[in-house]
Write a protein that binds this ligand. Sequence first.
Ligand SMILES: *Cc1c(COP(=O)(O)O)cnc(C)c1O
Length: 379
Amino acid sequence: MSTDRYLKFAAPVLDEATIAGVADVLRSGQLTSGPWVRRFEDALSAFCDGRPVRVLTSATAAIEVALQLAGIGPGDEVITPAQSFFTVLNMIVKVGATPVFVDCDLVTRNLDLRQVEAAITPKTKAIMPTHWPGSLVDLDALYALARRHGIRVIEDAALVIGSRWKGRRVGAIGDLVSFSFHPNKNMTSVEGGALVLNSDDEAKRVEALRFHGITHLPDRTRDVAFPGGKFNLADVFARIGCGQLEQLPDFLAIRRALVDRYFERFATDPACVLPPHPQSDDGQSWNMFSVLLPLARLTITRRQFRDALEARAIGTGVSYEALHLCTLGRRYGHGDGSLPVTERIARETVTLPLHAAMTVADVDRVCAAAAEILAAARR
Ligand SMILES: *Cc1c(COP(=O)(O)O)cnc(C)c1O
């Protein structure tokens, strides 16, 4: 066994000022949604060039509420990449709609817009793309397509807060955009998510959808006109989110320097497929560094590769399994071989450690370990 410090593949960084701020919130007696939620929403709105933003308990909640806000339900189709997290499948099914899966690019992992266009039917109500670290979905082409067909877009931006498209931040442009503040993401509120909206009317509707469907009447009683959920964020979490948003540029700079080091040092034999190579001033953020293993040229499985890193005190993840091949996903018309790029990524991908508590020396340790394990397993 290794005596090195265990390196998680993802981890948050919380500063003492934020921790002290949480203690202040706890002492204030105002624990659930209150002034810190409004401050967090105002800060996120400023971050998104003034568009309305509402926070919720997770990106999963934000996506469910976005689907409801767009009026999507039984009989409707939503086009989404099969190379994404379970959230997108689950929430489409949960609102009663049908997921229509498309394939993606091998390197950027973003959905293939030609396949999206080909999948559009009279029942299509929305496109729900997932943005990948290192390369955003082409927002010009995506919105041109959506406008041409009169359909809505719900961007799953869980992994990419801070990324820019032609100088504008993700969330500052577009239709509905959701962010995640899970501890594995670029910034955290422990659990939490946000939805960027088009108008104050949409924001009002989200306030009802996230809190029991309640609206307030002039006589100070309440009404419920549609079934809302219980997805309001607590002030304790919003306080953490405020502290983290201020530090986001620093976190992203650290992640970027670590990724630059990965690209400098990541030499394996046989070679892995790497993420898109960073260009200076490309505006991309880096939440994950995921590589594809050359399994056909190795004597070991992915499981054995991950176990060998684990034995060297290096954590890894799988991002992501193929949604159309999970038990729920198979109900929607797909089987093995139908989305080959997604399936290859699902078989070969390994997410290596990348987070703002790491150093360049940690990256070197991962690169050396991966090179050694792969060289020893060459066919
Ligand atoms: C993490 C993640 C989600 C879900 O975020 P939660 O805040 O945990 O609900 C959704 N989509 C993608 C691509 C993610 O990585």
